[in-house]
Design a protein around this ligand. Structure first.
Ligand code: SF4
Length: 107
């Protein structure tokens, strides 16, 4: 996922460090391989459902879709399409994961 910018060129950070859920540092080297790296950043910060769908189509064949989504979930990124998921979809994923983690196991 590109950094959001006001220009038309995507600004991909060479390395972005994020904290992992376990307190460690997340590997963000995958960012340099994203299909979005040559796309206008605004495409991944859409204002409507049509824009979300256009971004998701690019993400669908991205080789780093999975780490991108996990990064956005771990960092609680609340804007833009990451890993093919909109803000709303990421909230749903997190909610499902919390619910699954809260279910007691049977013995
Ligand atoms: S999954 Fe989408 S937002 Fe993430 S790096 Fe790939 S193209 Fe960019």
């Amino acid at each position: 996922m590109p950094e959001k910018s006001d220009g038309n060129q995507m600004r991909l950070p060479s390395v972005v460090w994020g904290m992992a859920a376990n307190g460690g540092v997340m590997d963000t080297s995958w960012m340099a391989k994203g299909k979005c790296r040559n796309e206008p950043p605004a495409r991944f910060f859409p204002s409507d459902g049509v824009g979300v769908e256009l971004a998701r189509r690019i993400c669908a064949t991205c080789p780093v879709k999975e780490p991108c989504l996990e990064y956005a979930l771990a960092q609680r990124v609340d804007h833009g399409v990451w890993g093919g998921a909109s803000e709303r979809e990421r909230r749903r994923i997190l909610k499902r994961r919390r619910a699954a983690a809260a279910v007691p196991t049977t013995r």
